[in-house]
Design a protein around this ligand. Sequence first.
Ligand code: HAM
Length: 420
Amino acid sequence: MKIKSIRGFHDILPESIRRWHFIEDAARRIFELYGFSEIRIPVLEFTDVFARSLGTTTDIVEKEMYTFEDRDGSSLTLRPEGTAGVVRAYIEDSMHAKSGISKLYYTGMMFRHERPQKGRFRGFYQIGAELIGPQEPASDAELVTMLWRFFEETELTQFLELEISSLGDQNCRPQYKEKLVEYFTPQKNDLCENCQRRLQANPLRILDCKEKKCKEIAAEAPSMLDNLCQECENHFNAVKENLTAVGVPFVINPKIVRGLDYYTRTVFEVTTQELGSQNAVAAGGRYDGLVEELGGPDIAAVGFAMGIERIVLLQEKAIPKGFPKKVDVFIAHLGDEARKAAFPLAIELRQKDVSVEMDYGNKSLKSQMKRADKLGAGFTFILGEEELEKGVVKVRNMNESSEEDIKINEVVDAYQKFKS
Ligand code: HAM
């Protein structure tokens, strides 16, 4: 049997990796400007870390986690997201004792056993950021602004919409849930089987159901935004004001529910019309109870994560040409002596930060020039018998198709001068 990759998992090949680097570099640059530092956490955690964080009635915990028993019988899970692990590390390393504010970002692979489709994988990459400590709305606004700045920097805002809402807190959400139960119960039999079950366990989830009938019923359901307590309303208003003050465009979508249970107050999603049903490119929100829930002190937090595969798909639309790898110099050589002279020249150039390619054998000049073209070389250095005899290199500027003979021991300096 031919070996192949697991369904829902994919390779990122060299021809697209530069898109990934562009995205990751932009994220790092911007996040660092906003005071965030990278944290690297394990891909594997005790199952409890996720079950307690994400909520036992969420789709992820109910049916999407890669969970297995370790040799000692403990239950382990491949991380389906990054927040739970970051909070686990935050508590374990007593970060709260070191600073009142922790700004952490991470990138890495996440694992969810979902049905694969365009933009949805079982093994996928996220870049995420968590701002742990402050509870003020200015911190929500700063985080969302940072996310939007990232999308501006990567030239993707043309495809995107920022949707925000509030899910209330432990004061107002329970009453709202009751209102939902009251609203949905008379129509219970018209809801899908899942939602009938959700009605008791987690009625908010009904608002997020993709079934047509449930959607129709949910359209008229009471809105969380009409049921916020005064503190939550003030918080939400302040977040909106702060975003408006710095020109971050947003729309209010009271239907945002989020697929994880740890959220309180602000929630947001960055969505696109370009990717079919997998329309969320980034998402997050405030989760003020999670640190305490996992055994730490009562500390507030807000964060987001974005899906890199989806961002790459959008970038393919924005920048179809991508970022092809180009070599600075190709050295074409003819004959054994020329090849021997070319090798140290290549090494010396690379030492000076010039990228160089050359053939290892004795190919024809024509085939070497073809390769130089394919590699997008800016210059080709030609070293034939004649050049060797004269002690020169024929330097061809590939863009201008001009040629010049330069002494072999001066060519590195000449190239560097020309480039600067
Ligand atoms: P999430 O909404 O589950 O949130 O995922 C965040 C983003 O990851 C999504 O908007 C999407 O772009 C990407 N994503 C999710 N699932 C898949 C998949 N199967 N294939 C490809 N991309 C996917 C979280 O994970 C939270 N931890 C975000 C957060 C951080 N909230 C607070 N802090």
